[in-house]
Design a protein around this ligand. Structure first.
Ligand SMILES: Nc1ncnc2c1ncn2[C@@H]1O[C@H](COP(=O)(O)OP(=O)(O)O)[C@@H](O)[C@H]1O
Ligand SMILES: [Mg+2]
Length: 590
């Protein structure tokens, strides 16, 4: 998603500035004022110096030694104050950038959380989210550069130009003449580097990947076992060489251009000096002003370099932050807030497609589940069970047809209303790198009275104290990175189920978190789960018949359609899909 041209720099800055403004008006005003004061004071240093020099110049004729001393002291104090303001404004700029990053990051997080969950299946949106987060990091640079340009350099150059203009108009024209090659040079440099970046980005991604294959915690083990370290090292070497060659080419070209333009600047600089010298000889320019300008001109050229550098640099940041802004424009899932009074679920002729795919994953699905029922959904891998689960929970919305939760259309009510009493445990559940307590109570971490419930659930899912890997009971940290220990896959499954049960719910969906364990163990866990969630609507998803038998009602899925609904016996009797599955799996349960 690159819409680089659609947002102008000023508009982008306006939006970033507004974010700062909304979050802290006073601080924003203070930083702008500080910055501007720095610019004016720095430029004003030259006339102050000039007055001092003039007093010294006139000393021989008028003997005003006191004036010289006072002006000298004033100049000293003024310089000191200027330095202080500059230091303070540097500090504030740095902080402003960090603050903006924080605010913007928060906004992007909120946006990401408010997108429809199905967006996470859309690679384009995932990419855009990635880029949005990169843009957050770079927003700091943009705001700093812009604040410096707008609030420091513009006041500085304005003041300085007026000062020079009043001394001699040609001098202020000279400034522009020096500025042009500097800016041009920076512009060309940036173009070169953007080009380089585009060429080497794929190489860099490969290098990062090869490195991960060698050194990653997960990949590293397998790579070493296979003796493939050398293989990846060679690949890395080739890519690194290519990377270096491309960089060198660009570096060389850009350095040459820069050198040429610098020489041009130098030429103009020498011309200005010559001009000033001539004015001095002719008496158009006093010696004090000459000295004041001469001692300030270096600083001015330095500042011009910075400005050129900033302007050159900013285009890369702009494209990154533009991506962030584009992401912030994505539509959010909204709807009216309602209180669900019951949890009957109905599907009416539901069709569902994944983003970017033309093939429906659910086709004309119609079904109903009453509150309190235990339902099993069975079907081969790829039949559409997990997708059905996500529509049941209201995570995904149907493309055609409707899903009613407690009588409400999931498309019309807010996500919070949809999720208020739902819980779920998914196939690829999260393994939070946190304590067992946090892993289970993450849905409601702040209610102290829930201790009893927590302990009860830990007991029910067999994660009681002193089990292996849980040396500190529920306070055990479940991540080696953070000083804890790893637990086994089976224990993680129990943690995930515990988490699902802990959340206040009227409906819970269990989508094969047990896929990695053997069928008998799965049946055992599902049986236990069914008894724990008695009275609540529970949907158990499995491709194993043995686990389905305990349900009040079994829904058979096949290629995205409902192939049958009934009890185990009824389906065995008259459903081909079910019977075929049953016969194929019979040996698992003997
Ligand atoms: N994110 C996705 N994007 C596109 N197609 C998907 C995605 N997830 C699943 N599918 C497809 O949808 C079909 C049903 O998947 P799923 O609901 O996970 O089945 P099950 O849970 O029964 O194994 C499969 O053909 C799968 O390839
Ligand atoms: Mg599945």
């Amino acid at each position: 998603m690159s819409q680089e041209k659609s947002v102008s720099f000023l508009k982008l800055f306006g939006r970033l500035f507004r974010i700062l403004w909304i979050n802290d008006k006073r601080y924003t005003i203070v930083s702008v004022l500080l910055c501007a004061a720095g610019g004016f004071a720095t430029a004003a240093n030259t006339p102050v110096k000039q007055y001092f020099f003039e007093a010294v110049e006139n000393l021989s004729s008028n003997n005003h030694i006191n004036l010289v001393i006072s002006l000298g002291i004033f100049w000293g104090i003024f310089t000191l104050i200027t330095l202080l303001i500059q230091g303070m404004s540097d500090l504030v700029m740095e902080d402003l950038g960090v603050r903006l990053g924080g605010f913007l990051g928060r906004d992007v997080n909120r946006k990401a959380a408010n997108l429809a969950p199905v967006c996470y299946e859309d690679n384009k949106i995932l990419d855009s989210m990635n880029q949005a987060y990169k843009g957050v990091e770079q927003s700091k640079e943009i705001i700093q550069i812009f604040m410096m340009l707008a609030a420091f350099y513009i006041p500085y150059f304005m003041f300085f130009s007026v000062y020079l203009y009043r001394i001699h108009p040609v001098l202020s024209v000279g400034i522009v003449l020096v500025l042009l090659p500097t800016l041009g040079g920076q512009y060309i440099r940036t173009r070169y580097y953007t080009g380089l970046e585009n060429r080497v980005a794929p190489v860099r991604r490969k290098m990062e990947y090869y490195q991960a294959c060698i050194a990653d915690r997960e990949n590293g083990k397998e790579t070493r076992l296979l003796g493939a370290v050398f293989f990846f090292r060679e690949l890395y070497k080739v890519s690194a060489l290519m990377f270096q060659k491309e960089s060198w080419k660009t570096e060389r070209k850009s350095s040459l251009v820069e050198l040429g333009l610098r020489l041009l600047s130098l030429l103009v600089y020498v011309m200005i000096l010559g001009l000033m010298y001539q004015y001095l000889i002719r008496g158009n320019l006093g010696i004090a002003a000459f000295a004041a300008i001469l001692t300030s001109i270096d600083q001015m050229f330095n500042y011009m370099d910075y400005v050129g550098y900033y302007i050159g640099d900013i285009s890369t940041y702009i494209s990154a932050v533009t991506n962030t802004m584009a992401f912030m424009e994505l539509p959010e899932r909204k709807g009216t807030s309602v209180e669900l009074s019951h949890y009957d679920i109905e599907f009416h002729h539901v069709f569902f497609f994944y983003p970017g795919s033309k093939k429906p994953v659910l086709q004309d699905v119609t079904l109903s589940i009453s509150e309190g029922e235990t339902i099993a959904v069975v079907g081969e891998n790829g039949a559409g069970k997990s997708t059905l689960a996500k529509l049941l929970l209201g995570l995904y919305l149907p493309e055609e047809g409707e899903v009613l939760l407690g009588g409400w259309n999931t498309k019309e009510i807010s996500p919070d209303s949809v999720f208020q009493k739902a819980s779920g445990v998914f196939q690829n559940f999260q393994r939070y790198k946190m304590t067992l307590r946090e892993n289970i109570s993450i849905s409601e971490t702040d209610c102290g009275q829930e201790e009893l419930k927590l302990n009860q659930i830990v007991k029910e899912v067999n994660l009681e104290e002193k089990s292996e890997g849980l040396p500190k009971g529920i306070e055990s940290m479940l991540a080696r990175e953070f000083g804890g220990s790893d637990i086994s896959g089976g224990q993680w499954q129990r943690v995930a189920i515990g988490r699902g049960l802990y959340r206040e719910h009227e409906m819970i969906v269990l989508d094969e978190p047990t896929a990695a364990i053997d069928p008998l163990e799965e049946s055992r866990i599902y049986l236990q789960f069914a008894s724990l969630s008695k009275g609540k609507t529970s949907v158990i998803i499995t491709h194993r018949i043995g686990s389905a038998r305990l349900a009040d009602k079994i829904i058979v899925m096949d290629h995205g359609t409902i192939a049958g609904v009934g009890s185990h016996e009824e389906l065995l009797e008259n459903n081909m899909v079910y019977r075929t599955m049953f016969e194929a799996q019979a040996q698992w349960y003997q």
